[in-house]
Design a protein around this ligand. Sequence first.
Ligand SMILES: [Zn+2]
Length: 311
Amino acid sequence: MITEDRTNNLQKNLLGFSVKGLTVNRRGMNLLMGMLAAVPITLVLPVDALQVKMTPTNPRLGDTLSVLINLDNPESNTNPTVASGENTYPAFEIAPNQYRAFIPTTPLEKAGTRKLRVTGDGQVQNLAVKVSDRKFPVQRINLPPGKAGVQATEYELKRVATLKALKTPQKYWNGIFLKPNAGRMSTIYGVRRYYNGKFAKDYYHRGVDFAGAAGSPVTAPAAGRVALVGRVSQGFRVHGNVVGIDHGQGVTSIFMHLSRINVKEGDVVKPGQLLGAVGSTGASTGPHLHWGLYVNGLSVDPIPWRTRVFN
Ligand SMILES: [Zn+2]
């Protein structure tokens, strides 16, 4: 559900007019010239040059929010931005005068109303979006006392963090994302865990697992540039042999626990192109593919990207 804060909006527009003296003057001039020429060109002048649309209309935790921004006759060359809480998300031009920003949501956040502030071309628009709760499955893991599981190395954490932080202006992907492996989905996104009866409040399953047979092909769900190839021998203790793809504009994918890797860093891959094979390398208890999809650094549910086109 999207509600627009109209009072605030009106105030912002008023503020915009008083601050943007040049705009007023230019519009005033157009108005004057229009009257002199006796042509009703003033009728086509936009009252509100910043239009915002959000999808999906009823988001749940784990969904990717897409904020579509239209600017009529933008006067500056700077892209709009969308701010929410402490974070500011970049908007990229996807058509003439049309921009889009993605906002990730995760199971670690609270459901409820989220305020967004869209800034573009000297104007500000405040929006509120209701993000609904979602029941994520819970797993109970019991580890023997003193056994904490495999710890990631500094090196693998650094390399993976660099991948997730990418905000490449180029948009590589187009249309819906494909399944990266033919196996059935064995673990969905967002599963929460208890370890020895204690709720792991920072843990959620950051992706989806496919139970593909060992050695079965792992393919690119969408076009992108290979930005990470990591191997157990380099210290990828948790991820195992891993491939990371930069789809552009803050969207990245990671493929973990591979037995084999068929690409190298810098390769530009097409949808369906072979990346490697399913394995059980790293922190894995059996052959499976883990696919994580990251939007502006946070793990979102990849499944909506399989059925809906994110422009
Ligand atoms: Zn997984």
